[in-house]
Design a protein around this ligand. Structure first.
Ligand SMILES: Cc1cc2nc3c(=O)[nH]c(=O)nc-3n(C[C@H](O)[C@H](O)[C@H](O)COP(=O)(O)OP(=O)(O)OC[C@H]3O[C@@H](n4cnc5c(N)ncnc54)[C@H](O)[C@@H]3O)c2cc1C
Length: 418
């Protein structure tokens, strides 16, 4: 029973598993890693798979620190991996949640233009949505918005009724149970420090000196995926640069001012969606996240500084090229990073009357964002394929929504391996 409730606990007996050869080793038990294992096992239940996760339990990084939104796919460039996987993933996720009785709520979303210059971009997002095949989208004027959300003020908005919320940690927990039913497992506290070939096999070495052997390796290590790819001898023309986003939550008096997810029109220069209202599955109403450069890939509590992470950024020419283009935004975002006043001002653009006394801190998340050698923030999913490896090196938002579809696509690539 214990194994079913916490399938990743108590399975770290490297003495037993060290002598077992796996068909596939997956690095990282975030939503992309567990979805990949699940999709591989659904197609080929006899595969022997182990996920190696460096933390004490799955989903402790991006997957467990996100907004919990089920994205509809409206934003993404038609024809991109992102658009395709988001829409496929959306349907797969809802189906999975229904089957496994995971609560979710399609509360709907408004993207609101509060300034005249945002309207062309709003219209473009609407057209993307149509091209991406979304149904029931509506363009609303101010009056129509007020009828459904009386605290929201804007010039024009898109209503996306199919957007929703879910707890992605719960999804991962359930997927871990499903994986264990196939006889595969997640080994936690296993930080991968080296991957190398030996006699036509791959050896994966962990920080605790345990070694695992397999025929195939899949890198789903999120914020660390560029380092794992490098460890495997892959030459990269990009680096992951972490962007931190803080959240505030509204106090009890204000937490019900909006029903739906309320998003601004995103800045077209950045792949981030802007500070938005999100209702969490526990009933909290959050505001966030912003996006500031982080000098530590995994420090959630404060403005952490990690020497290795910082040197990686500073020594990367692509970072300086990116900074040359966006330094103004970068500096002002950094200065206002923890400012309640700034968050309240952003919220007031969409819902006048919010002030800093209505907000309390509510944690943070850190995004793995690829910047290429030319300083471009890469928006689409990036994968690298070799004969016996797949590296997922850019799985930014909406990869939680898209997780099951990304896993399915990785399974396609895996079965094409010969
Ligand atoms: C602030 C924020 C808000 C977001 N909001 C949304 C949203 O509302 N909706 C949505 O769809 N998406 C959202 N996203 C995006 C989404 O959360 C991520 O794209 C998704 O979770 C990525 O999953 P992953 O499995 O690739 O990465 P992760 O969840 O980061 O998992 C990677 C795993 O690899 C492990 N790992 C790393 N290095 C090693 C190693 N050396 N050895 C072993 N294990 C290792 C890590 O410990 C981690 O568990 C958001 C992201 C952030 C940060």
């Amino acid at each position: 029973m214990e194994a079913l409730e916490k399938p990743y606990a108590g399975l770290n007996s490297s003495i037993f598993f060290a002598f077992m050869k796996y068909d596939v080793i997956i690095a990282g038990a975030g939503i992309v890693g567990v979805s990949t294992a699940y999709q591989l096992l659904k197609r080929s239940p006899d595969l022997r798979i182990v996920l190696l996760e460096k933390e004490v339990e799955p989903a402790m990084h991006q997957t467990g620190h996100n907004s919990g939104v089920i994205h509809s796919g409206i934003y993404y460039k038609p024809g991109s991996y992102k658009a395709w996987n988001c829409i496929q993933g959306y349907h797969m996720l809802l189906e999975y949640c229904k089957q496994h009785k995971i609560p979710y709520n399609l509360i709907g979303k408004l993207i609101v233009a509060t300034k005249a210059h945002e309207i062309p971009k709003l219209d473009q997002i609407y057209n993307n949505g149509i091209q991406n095949g979304l149904q029931k989208l509506q363009l609303l004027n101010q009056e129509q918005v007020t009828e459904i959300e009386d605290r929201v003020s804007c010039l024009k908005a898109i209503l996306i009724p199919q957007s929703g919320i879910v707890d992605y940690k719960q999804v991962v927990k359930s997927l871990a149970v499903e994986i264990s039913k196939f006889g595969s497992q997640i080994d936690t506290n296993k930080k991968i420090i080296n991957v190398f070939p030996k006699n036509n096999e791959l050896i994966v070495r962990c920080a605790d000196k345990s070694e695992y052997v397999s025929d195939f390796f899949i890198n789903c290590a999120g914020l660390q995926s560029d380092r794992i790819a490098k460890m495997c001898g892959i030459k990269l023309n990009f680096k992951i640069v972490p962007f931190k986003g803080n959240y505030f939550k509204l106090n009890d008096a204000k937490k019900n001012i909006v029903e739906r997810l309320i998003y601004p029109v995103p800045d077209p220069q950045f792949p981030f969606l802007g500070i938005h209202y999100t209702r969490m599955m526990n009933g909290d109403q959050t505001l966030g996240p912003n996006a500031v450069l982080a000098f530590d890939r995994e420090a959630y509590l404060n403005n952490g500084f990690n020497f290795k992470d910082s040197m990686d950024i500073i020594n990367f020419p692509g970072f300086w090229k990116m900074l040359a283009k966006h330094w103004k935004t970068g500096i002002s975002e950094y200065r206002r990073n923890y400012s309640k006043t700034y968050f309240a001002a952003k919220a007031s653009e969409m819902t006048p009357g919010i002030d800093s006394n209505d907000l309390e801190p509510a944690g943070s998340g850190i995004r793995a964002q690829i910047i290429d050698d030319h300083g471009i923030l890469v928006e689409d999913f990036v994968r690298i394929r070799t004969q016996n490896m797949i590296h997922v090196c850019n799985a930014p938002s909406p990869a939680a929504t898209a997780g099951l579809s990304i896993g399915n696509q990785i399974a396609d690539w895996y079965f094409e391996k010969d």
